[in-house]
Design a protein around this ligand. Sequence first.
Ligand SMILES: *[C@@H]1O[C@H](CO)[C@@H](O)[C@H](O)[C@H]1NC(C)=O
Ligand SMILES: *[C@@H]1O[C@H](CO)[C@@H](O)[C@H](O)[C@H]1NC(C)=O
Ligand SMILES: *[C@@H]1O[C@H](CO)[C@@H](O)[C@H](O)[C@H]1NC(C)=O
Length: 505
Amino acid sequence: MVSLRGKKERLGAAAALIVALASTFAHGRALPQPREAVFAVESELAPTSIDRLVEQPLVVDSASTYRASEKAFADGALRPADYWASEEGVGHFSEWSKSTKHDFIADWALGKANEWTIVMGNEGGDLDSMASALSWAYHLSHSTLHHPQPRKAVALLQTPLDALDLRPENKLALDNSKMSSGHRDLLTIDELPAHPRAVAKQIRGIVLVDHPLPLSVWADAEVVGIIDHHADRGVAPHANPRIFETVASCTTLVARQMLDELEAIPGPPDGPGEYHMPHELLELMLDAIAIDSDGLNPKKSTKTDADVSRRVLERSNWHNESLSQVMDRLDKELGEAKRDLSHLSVRDLLRRDWKGDVVETTDTATPAIHLGFASTPVSIDDQIERTERKTLKDWFRVERRWTAEIRADVSICLNKYKDHKGNKVREIVLTVRHDHRINRTQADDLFRVLSSALNESFDLEEHPKMKHHAGKKRRQMVWVHGRKDAGRKVVRPIVERAVKSWISP
Ligand SMILES: *[C@@H]1O[C@H](CO)[C@@H](O)[C@H](O)[C@H]1NC(C)=O
Ligand SMILES: *[C@@H]1O[C@H](CO)[C@@H](O)[C@H](O)[C@H]1NC(C)=O
Ligand SMILES: *[C@@H]1O[C@H](CO)[C@@H](O)[C@H](O)[C@H]1NC(C)=O
């Protein structure tokens, strides 16, 4: 425990830093770059962030992360002069998206956050999450436009601004939908006006799309709706809508609900009739469904995906083309973009598709653990080639920096690739750190527990590169295994269960 005096001193230092930061802002200098530290899902924000502010210069960025402050966005002060003006998106959809982001930030400053519903996808931030969140936010606000109190809804991408660029397929889809470059018409997590925990307490509620369970930072927000294609985790039984169905793409479920409700709005003279559905949005939906269903490949998708795609297509600008033509084309274009990760460093590969959160353990004396998963389509050998010294040790060094930044205790990297014979290979990399929530003794034990939980489910073999790496001692392991279905959807629950039931020695 820190003594009160020590704490006071640190608080004083932190306050000084904050003042310094604030004055930098006030003078409009030094636009801080969004940092990955936003991924840090800390359970106790205030104490840690202050500690970190004082102890590590790195964290200055973290403190300024949720920084699209009160006035900043409304008047654009913290942005470069050309922020809103240059390279604007030209679409109707882009305009709506940008003005919604603007209004949300402005209402926050005016103390009217309680009028807002935030629609959020998962923190991996793939195209499906992005399209689902944008579509549902658009629907919520437009379907109630004729109400006395139209619903205010904004889509939140739970990835930082710069992480969006790690998904070339998202970039392409946004370009195709005539959105601004740099995604500045989208609200990303690092642009929230305050830490998510603070935002959660003030807003009207959240709608989850493409994930069944809110991240722990949103625990204080009411879940008012869920639309998802993962397993139902029993969250928010009274949410409305509350839709769980197994389909290729969550966007399918969002689009179906949206079109059903849209078509049910009575036309004049009894009602306002359908609201305007921009073709860019419809096309974004088709993009998401195409990439998740491999172009409506029957092995990868359901009849629902096909039926809904057809309805969306009919309203889009591509309606003169056949469904299979369009979906094949999109799958090919976006798929190519998605697979082209040759330019990414190991660090970027890890954060490109990172999903992590703090997992509470069942045993009350055992600390909660921040557990994170990366998935990559690149072998560990290929990744090692991308490190400075081209060694496994160097790979773990990059990994260690990344998990230090986001304060993860356990990290798992899942690689899937084809070997030169065309066989699918899966790799699991496990590391456990001892410097965040647990000490060495605990970390050693947790590493052992997780290793055996994984070994029970997958026939693990040590990766050949492990021969010359004292991995076990460092709690670093790379395994290879042959279980074909073992993507994150399969591995994550196994590891989560093992973490939850772990009892600290
Ligand atoms: C559909 O219409 C677009 C322009 O409206 C045109 O460029 C395209 O060739 C048409 N496709 C087919 C298959 O008719
Ligand atoms: C690690 O933490 C546990 C639980 O708090 C404690 O019992 C143990 O003595 C600690 N071990 C070391 C080496 O600090
Ligand atoms: C996995 O379990 C098997 C059988 O219990 C054992 O022989 C093997 O060494 C274990 N492998 C690892 C990587 O722990």
